[in-house]
Design a protein around this ligand. Structure first.
Ligand code: C2O
Ligand code: CU
Length: 458
């Protein structure tokens, strides 16, 4: 499997510039199909999953900044699907949102995706049709865009964090719309994996410098994490480099759909283990174990430097930004009375009967009209007011935004922001990409039960 992945990746890179190939002749095919994998520990049966090219997580797609992605999606699932390229700035028609930017790809059919890759960073791709089920059954994979000048590290690992809701026979719970999950924190699994393994071990040497590309592909789980035997810096969030690497003092959090790029130095002694630790109320667990065997160098290195910044759109103007209000309401204990749905006002009881629990700006489910229609190049300041008891990971397609802190200071660039229960967060961005862009909660059950809106840039 490793070898096949390597060969495919090499082939994709060789053709990636795409100058010789028309859109009708994509550089590679990605096959979307059911298969069986050993997810649970040895001794348990295999688990039926849905995959990209047979792998859990999907095959890593690797490019270099400035390349052109050219992929034919072949749908061999029993359901229509589409692929969203999460966090990428791409043409709207390539965004992969079924029902908004394209028709879902019917079983047996193909769809060709082709677009340029202006930014380096850690991204991912995933199904964007019937997402709670399709992503929950395994349809997601890493999309890595290397800098043209790679940072000075000894090795690099992609770490896809995920969880699964399995029964005692390692079968995925098929009820992706359980009312309690939808109305509370979303579908949280009982079996946590990294790269499809519950006990991932990566051998390292003392004083080695690693780049770790963390991707949270879980439907709803927020991962609070810490390092043990590793000294680390956050160098990028959601693919976008930080101006200054941020030393990890204690825990850090990665919400659904978010990515965190770390540079870590192995400080644990030769012969011991270092860990990426998953924190929880009932103690902590090893998310990834790094057995330390041997020594890379005699001494530790100097602190890492920042990654080269990605190109930014012109014209960011916070002082003259267009203010847009986005209240979020509903869920258990949320006291929502009613919402707009399909052009009518419906009561909360009618919402529940329709499997809806949440509203964004008064609408349950994606309405016909956008939240706002902004002009290309305008700066938008979105005030997201979470009037619910639950945290939400709000994701904007097609553009990166700055988080603002309570005092209005500009924070990191992101594509997904975690907003705690009853918290308000402002985000600001230049509407630099024309099209219809989804704005939704990335707790996928929340999105499917109402937390889905969109905005138009024209
Ligand atoms: Cu990662 Cu609308 O999705
Ligand atoms: Cu949510």
């Amino acid at each position: 499997m490793k070898r096949r992945t390597f060969l495919q990746t090499t082939a994709a890179m060789a053709f990636a510039p795409g100058t010789l190939l028309a859109a009708s002749n994509p550089a590679r095919t990605l096959t979307i199909a059911p298969t069986q994998v050993q997810l649970a520990p040895a001794g348990y049966p295999k688990t039926a999953v849905w995959t990209y090219d047979g792998a859990i997580p999907g095959v890593p797609l690797r490019f270099t900044q400035g390349d052109r992605l050219s992929i034919r999606a072949q749908n061999d699932l029993p359901q229509p699907t589409s692929i969203h390229w999460h966090g990428l700035r791409l043409p709207n028609a390539m965004d992969g949102v079924s029902g908004l930017t394209q028709q879902a790809i019917a079983p047996g059919q193909q769809f060709d995706y082709e677009f340029d890759l202006p930014d380096a960073g850690t991204y991912w791709y995933h199904a964007h049709n019937m997402s709670p089920e399709q992503v929950g059954r395994g349809l997601h994979g890493p999309l890595i865009i290397a800098e043209t000048q790679v940072p000075d590290v000894d090795s690099e690992d992609i770490l896809v964090l995920d969880d699964w809701l399995l029964d005692a026979q390692a079968v995925i719970d098929p009820d992706f719309t359980a009312m309690h999950d939808l109305s509370h924190g979303g579908r949280v699994g009982n079996f946590v994996t990294t790269n499809g393994q519950y006990d991932l071990r990566i051998p390292v040497k003392r004083h080695a410098r690693l780049r770790l590309r963390l991707i949270n592909a879980a439907n709803a789980r927020i991962f609070p994490l810490a390092l043990q035997g590793l000294e680390g810096w956050i160098v990028a969030l959601d693919g976008m480099p930080l101006a200054t690497p941020e030393k990890i003092a204690a825990e850090f959090v990665i919400a659904p759909a978010q990515r965190v790029d770390l540079i870590v130095d192995v400080t644990a002694d030769d012969g011991s283990d270092a860990f990426l630790v998953r924190l929880s109320q009932d103690g902590s667990a090893a998310q990834v174990t790094f057995p330390v065997r041997g020594q890379m160098t005699a001494t530790a290195r100097a602190a890492p430097v920042a990654l080269p910044p990605n190109p930014q759109p012109e014209g960011f103007d916070l002082a003259n930004a267009r203010p847009v209000d986005l209240p979020i309401a509903g869920g258990a204990m949320g006291q929502l009375q009613q919402a707009q749905h399909d052009g009518k006002t419906i009561s909360f009881q009618q919402m529940i009967d329709a499997g809806l629990f949440w509203s964004m700006a008064g609408s349950a489910g994606r309405p016909a009209d956008p939240l706002v229609d902004v002009s290309l190049g305008e700066t938008v300041r979105l005030t997201i007011r979470n009037d619910t008891m639950f945290p939400h990971a709000m994701h904007l397609h097609g553009m990166h935004f700055h988080e603002l802190d309570a005092g209005g200071t500009l924070g990191a660039l992101r594509d997904t922001t975690l907003i705690g229960g009853r918290e308000t967060r402002d985000i600001a961005f230049v509407a630099a990409n024309p099209g219809d862009w989804l704005l939704h909660c990335h707790m996928l059950g929340h999105a499917a039960s109402g937390m889905m809106h969109w905005l138009r840039v024209s």
